[in-house]
Design a protein around this ligand. Structure first.
Ligand code: CP
Ligand code: NVA
Length: 304
């Protein structure tokens, strides 16, 4: 059966733990002689770089395409793009504007093409895998299942990143708190719905101090995600009170660590003293994008 990594929810707990295990040790899985199509409809630094290196780590070769040159649903349909890619590649990893194209591409290729989501408007699963690996290194000697009971506070706009992260954390039994204005909470009924996971816990509210008090981890992401640029002024106004400062981290506690998927917007959702401070794990997190992608590639390739 062809495997895909389009959401953490679809991976489920067993798949998620397998991908994390393969991220540490690909167990001889090889992409030798194979290419991987890497498609970017939106800008990227970490994802693009880590994907290229991860494909090469496994002996394959990456071929990049920009959204402009492919024109998903403008130059030709997402279905025809998928059928064409499947004629040359067995794995396609894509950063897309519309999460719905993944299902269409899978259907069009009758599941002959493994699809990996490199960020959509609804999910960022390879980021969440890197986040778990980073947290496991810090809190549980590398054991992702050992994150059960961890208290993770997410502050600000509950984005694609927050959605995949919340599902991933709940699947390993962690406790998620989201502090944000009502309009910026986790979406329900779409990809990565945290309510569809029965393990772990989720609490949402608008009070930052309540949200972070005693948390092991404080996490934030951009106030203005890619595609939301037209709302910049409103978002900066609405989210002013949700900036992660040293005071916020102090409410969490002296042992609390800080995570951010990056790119950071210094002075907006987080300040330099936090990003560059001793409790920040952002560079370990960025480095784990490479291992996370290796795990995702090895898993779709059939590693177990
Ligand atoms: N975190 C992340 O996905 O970064 P890029 O947008 O630079 O790839
Ligand atoms: N939420 C951000 C994440 C960037 C990695 C965005 O979608 O732009």
């Amino acid at each position: 059966m062809t495997r895909h990594v389009t959401t953490i929810e679809e991976l489920g707990r067993a798949g998620l733990l397998e991908v994390c295990r393969l991220a540490r040790d690909a167990g001889g899985v090889s992409l030798a002689g194979d290419g991987v199509a890497l498609v970017f409809e939106r800008p990227s630094l970490r994802t693009r770089a880590s994907s290229a290196v991860a494909v090469t780590d496994l002996g394959g070769h990456p071929t990049f395409f920009t959204g402009d040159e492919i024109g998903i649903d403008s130059r030709e349909s997402a279905e025809d793009v998928a059928r064409t890619i499947a004629a040359y590649f067995s794995i396609a990893a894509l950063r897309v504007r519309d999460h719905g194209v993944f299902a269409r591409m899978r259907e069009a290729t009758k599941d002959r093409l493994s699809v990996i989501n490199l960020l959509s408007n609804e999910a960022h699963p390879t980021q969440a895998i890197a986040d778990l690996l980073t947290l496991a290194d810090h809190f549980s000697a590398g054991d992702v299942a050992g994150l059960a009971g961890l208290e993770v506070a997410y502050v600000g706009d509950a984005t694609n990143v927050a959605r995949s992260l919340s599902v991933a954390l709940r699947l390993v039994g962690a406790c998620v708190r989201v502090a944000s204005p009502a309009r910026y909470r986790l979406a329900r009924g779409r990809a990565e719905d945290p309510d569809r996971v029965s393990t772990g816990s989720l609490v949402e509210g608008d009070d930052v101090v309540e949200g972070v008090r005693g948390a092991d981890v404080v996490y934030t992401d951009a106030w203005v995600s890619m595609g939301a640029e037209a709302e910049t002024e409103r978002r900066r106004r609405d989210l002013q009170g949700y900036r992660v400062t040293p005071d916020v981290l102090d409410v969490a506690g002296p042992e609390a660590v800080f995570l951010h998927c990056l790119p950071a917007h210094r002075g907006d959702e987080v300040v330099d003293a936090v990003l560059d401070g001793p409790r920040s794990l952002i560079w370990q997190q960025a480095a784990h994008r490479r291992s996370a992608m290796r795990g995702a590639l090895a898993w779709v390739r059939g590693g177990a």
